[in-house]
Every structure is written in structure tokens, then in C-alpha cells.
Design a protein around this ligand. Sequence first.
Ligand SMILES: [Zn+2]
Length: 136
Amino acid sequence: MKTLIELVEAYLQGKPIGKILCPKCRKHGYLSVEPRGNHYYVYIKHKDFNKQYKCYLGAVAYDYVNRYNKLGLEDALTCERHINYAIESIRNIISVLKEKRDLRGFYYENINKQYIAQKLAELKQLVSELEQLLNQ
Ligand SMILES: [Zn+2]
């Protein structure tokens, strides 16, 4: 199965894309990518009998996606992307704590280490729950 970013790229190149399964409503529909300014907005358009509607999947700063963004649409049709987002987010926090810059080079002056430590405790609980679920 193609990733959503691959489908968006194909769509923007004018390639035909058949119906795809909408990750929001679980019905088939047609991909639609609507540019406005520097952003692209991704929808799945549905037609149910006479009723038309579209599910909004998200805004994409498309020019950033291939350069840096592992938090964008990449693998957005798969569940596994969430663990990748979590890992990438943690790598960003480590980078900020080490160098005051995230992986994109964005500089951070004021870092609330106490807040991060509190959230880390929550994260450890979640990781433990995740491990238990994976070992069932
Ligand atoms: Zn939908």
C-alpha cells in the first residue's frame, strides 16, 4: 500500500489515483489536495448516494515534508507512524536539551526541564503499558 505522502505526490503530479480508504470515516473516496498559499490541505471526498461530503486529513506545509518532516503525512495511512512520531519527538527534545536546537535547527532559549521531567514520568507509564500490550 502506498503511503499518503506518495498518494499526495502522485496527485500533485496529475497521476490518476483510484478510490482510497479514508482513515477517518473508513469509507472509500477520492483524494483531494487543495493548495492555499504555501500550504496544501488534504481531503478525502465522498459521495454517499446523493450526499457529498469530505473528510479533512490535515494541512501540509508541503515543501517542508521531504526536507525535514517526519511528523507530516508520511505513512499517514498506517498505524506505525505514531511510534515514529513519538521517537522523532523524543529525538527533538534530546537535541534541544543538548544543543538548544531541535533537529530542524530551530533555536530554543527557555526550556522548562521540570515540565519535561513530569511528562517523562507519564511517558514511562505509557511505554510500560505499550510493552504489555505488545507482549499479549
Ligand atoms: Zn472519510
